[in-house]
Design a protein around this ligand. Structure first.
Ligand code: GLC
Length: 612
């Protein structure tokens, strides 16, 4: 089988492109320090309680009293993966909730607006009807920074339609071991490609001016080395939230690089990682958070801790708060323990454990960003602009998502010119558990934190629906999940792979394609029907047997709602141009395997991708 090995020239191209884009003249990097005189004026008026409140982010569903937003002068709230409005999951309910939050903030003495954050990591994915884009692993295979920037820009618009002004994205992890459940949140195993696309996402989210009412604050995460944890050091002895054991030079070369690019692109917030580096939790690491990130790299925005991550530092919560804030955490993501954090930090300042200068620095960083976003402008309306509702899930947005799906597909095999398919075939048979499953097509972080199989969202098209849309009236399209009834069809398209997961729920010792999926491929092949396999997965899987049986094989990653983009390529309206952003292992014992390893003989190398 001919293999398009990635040419060294291609790697050089990525490097050159990255450094060209990274140079200061390539784009204006907003300096947050320009707001320092205005910040100073506000800071001088603030009481200690008001300052500490600004440093706290509570989960909207974790509020003991909704009025705690004003009682504790909260600087921020979040809706985590499951943080839907009580009134239900609709554009109106989300927007009403946002307006209620700001109304609370306007009852405080200084009327500092609240920063409302969500994980809009592949579209405004908490909201029913929003366009769901390919997860970052698919965008990584496009290698297209302009497209990634446009995807982020559209996501920002759909997020602002609900009023919300902050997304905990882009994830600029450099996943090095596919057994980690968050591999799909990373663009690539290659730090230069992650840097290129991460910076593009920051530019898309934040726009050329953060004051633009269609921009959102971006958040590069999780600082630093989240994608490099040692097997067995994570939660339940696995990977997620584990310990990255590397010398400093390697940590910088692989995992720090994307943060330089994100800072160059003007990112206003950065999230500290749950994971550790050589035994010290990032949330507690003053060298990383302050010496490297703020002093050496010159990051002028603010650092937020991850969800309940501070409590992991020390069994005594107050001690943990002191360590985290002194290390360089500026805002604490305390979904439910926000009152305890507030009281702990007040005590720590009065005891001199946390200097008031550290509090002033943290609050200044947060206020700089709020000024840069135009939130502090007294004439700025604090309610959401509901005229933007018409944009959410719009045809134009779905067209861009469809293009992203097309460009993310990687053709791994195509023998006997199986692809492209004809639109006038007699009968196309769809098989496999994911052929008509929008939930499997979207993956985790969709409507719910973990996502879910089945019709979990509205809008969009499954691959079955997309093929039905594409073919001529004469063509019959049939579907059975188990492949029965395939005999006699002109071609079979078997859609298999992973079911949705997020974070530690995706950590897995074995990435072999399931027996159930393989059985469907076998059944179809044994019926003597040309077999096209489409794989929905958040990472490369061990596919050798299925690949052998298939006449054509496409890695589609987690494409999101616009399945029509897959049909575009299956029928040849567009050629497949995706290139692997992760090395594809032959077997589990090859993992971790990354481009640049001394021993490097993957099934398919980084940069591989066929076309027709
Ligand atoms: C999660 C994730 C982080 C996310 C945050 C808020 O645990 O680690 O990526 O942004 O909590 O949902």
């Amino acid at each position: 089988m001919a293999r398009n090995r990635i040419s060294p020239a291609c790697i050089v191209y990525v490097f050159v492109l990255f450094f060209l884009l990274a140079t200061p003249w390539a784009h204006s990097k907003p300096s947050f320090r320009t707001y320092d005189s205005q910040v100073q004026k506000v800071l001088e008026k603030m009481t200690l309680e008001e300052k500490i409140g600004q440093m706290i982010q509570a989960e909207i569903t974790g509020l003991k009293e909704f009025s705690d937003i004003s009682t504790y002068y909260l600087g921020s709230v979040l809706s985590g993966g499951n943080g839907d409005p009580e009134e239900g999951n609709s554009l109106k309910a989300w927007t009403d909730l946002y307006d209620r939050v700001q109304k609370q903030a306007m009852q405080t003495r200084l009327k500092i607006p609240v920063l409302y954050g969500v994980d809009a990591v592949h579209g405004h994915n908490n909201v029913l009807g929003a366009v769901i884009f390919p997860h970052n692993i698919g965008l990584g295979c496009t290698g297209n920074p302009e497209l990634v920037e446009e995807v982020a820009r559209i996501t920002a618009r759909e997020v602002r339609a609900t009023g919300i002004q902050w997304t905990f994205a882009p994830c600029v992890a450099v996943p090095r071991d596919e057994r980690w459940g968050r591999t799909y949140e990373g663009f690539s195993e290659n730090p230069e490609l992650v840097s290129l696309l991460g910076a593009a996402a920051v530019r898309g989210f934040q726009g050329s001016d953060l004051r633009d009412p269609l921009s959102v604050l971006a958040c590069a995460k999780h600082f630093v080395g989240d994608g490099g944890t040692q097997a067995g050091t994570g939660l339940n002895g696995r990977w997620d939230q584990g310990d990255t054991r590397l010398d400093e030079a390697t940590l910088r070369r692989i995992h720090l690089l994307p943060y330089k690019a994100a800072i160059e692109a003007g990112v206003g917030s950065i999230m500290a990682s749950y994971s550790g580096w050589n035994g010290v939790k990032c949330t507690a690491n003053k060298y990383l958070l302050t010496t490297v990130l703020k002093n050496e790299l010159g990051f002028e925005g603010f650092v937020i801790s991850d969800y309940n991550a501070i409590a992991q530092i020390d069994p005594d919560f107050k001690t943990a708060v002191g360590i985290a804030v002194n290390a360089g955490i500026d805002m604490a993501m305390e979904p439910t323990e926000y009152r305890r954090f507030y009281e702990a930090l007040k005590a720590l300042v009065s005891e001199g454990v946390v200097p008031i200068e550290r509090v002033n620095d943290a609050v200044s960083r947060i206020l700089r960003v709020k000024f840069a976003m135009g939130l502090m402008d007294p004439n700025r309306p604090q309610t959401a602009d509901r005229s933007l509702h018409r944009l959410v899930g719009s045809k134009e947005h779905r067209q861009v998502a469809r293009q992203a799906v097309r460009e993310s597909l990687v053709l791994l095999k195509n023998e006997r010119q199986t692809l492209p398919l004809s639109k006038t075939m007699g009968r196309i048979h769809l098989a496999g558990k994911s052929a008509d499953d929008i939930g499997n097509q979207c993956g985790g972080w969709t409507i719910d934190w973990q996502g879910g199989s089945g019709p979990i969202t509205t809008g969009g098209t499954t691959l079955l629906g997309a093929i039905r849309n594409a073919v001529s009236k004469e063509t019959q399209v049939t579907y059975t999940a188990d492949g029965s009834g395939v005999a006699g069809a002109d071609v079979a398209v078997v859609v298999v792979g992973e079911t949705p997961y997020a974070e530690m729920m995706g950590d897995a010792e074995d990435l072999t394609l399931s027996e159930q999926d393989l059985a469907v491929i076998k059944k179809v092949k044994q019926a003597g029907v040309p077999t096209v396999v489409v794989l929905f997965s958040g990472r490369p899987l061990i596919i050798n047997d299925g690949l052998e049986l298939a006449d054509a094989f496409i890695a589609a990653w987690l494409p999101g709602t616009e399945g029509q983009g897959i049909a575009d390529v299956l029928f040849g309206d567009y050629k497949p141009i995706g290139k692997l952003s992760f090395s594809w292992p032959r077997s589990m014992d090859q993992i971790p395997i990354n481009y640049g390893d001394k021993e490097y003989s993957p099934l398919f190398p980084f940069g591989f991708g066929l076309s027709f």
